[in-house]
Design a protein. Structure first.
Length: 157
């Protein structure tokens, strides 16, 4: 298992226990934009051809987002946890060619485990498009929260 850690300036000493890890460092590997969504996508894009095995994607400050949190539900407006324009979630799903239900199930914190097989169900070009969305301005500060609700549907978790 390779741990992919999305970090800006958080203390990541918690991951000393991780045998194998790769830290995607904002302002080193990519600009500090798009939060963890852009970091995860950056890693996939830059390693797509050599991916092998299982990956656990984690945020730098995991204490705010426990990996074993229970799945929660939200509607297309992000309620009851966050609120945004109902169209944003539908629009980003359409841009990503994802079929989503009217009520989404997701794990808070955008932390998950996936296999190479799950990742490679989508093309490198698909991930490049998703990265451009995460780094763009179309969805403003909500883009990572929107991706947080979509990872399950991206990887069929």
């Amino acid at each position: 298992m390779l741990y992919i850690i999305a970090r800006y300036n958080e203390d990541i000493s918690w991951c000393d226990y991780c045998d194998i890890k790769f830290v995607v460092q904002k302002d080193v590997h990519l600009p500090n934009k798009g939060r963890e969504a852009s970091s995860y996508l950056w890693f996939i894009i830059n390693n797509y051809d050599t991916l092998e095995g299982d990956y656990e994607f984690r945020q730098g400050r995991t204490i705010d987002h426990p990996i074993h949190a229970f799945d929660v539900k939200c509607d297309l407006e992000g309620l009851p946890h966050h609120h945004w324009d109902k169209q944003e979630l539908r629009l980003i799903a359409e841009e990503l060619d994802l079929k989503i239900p009217d009520e989404l199930i997701f794990t808070p914190g955008a932390q998950f485990k996936v296999s190479t097989e799950q990742i490679k169900r989508r093309s490198l070009e698909w991930y490049q498009n998703a990265y451009n969305i995460a780094m763009g301005d179309s969805y403003g500060p909500w883009v990572a929260h929107l991706f947080e609700r979509l990872w399950k549907y991206i990887f069929d978790l």
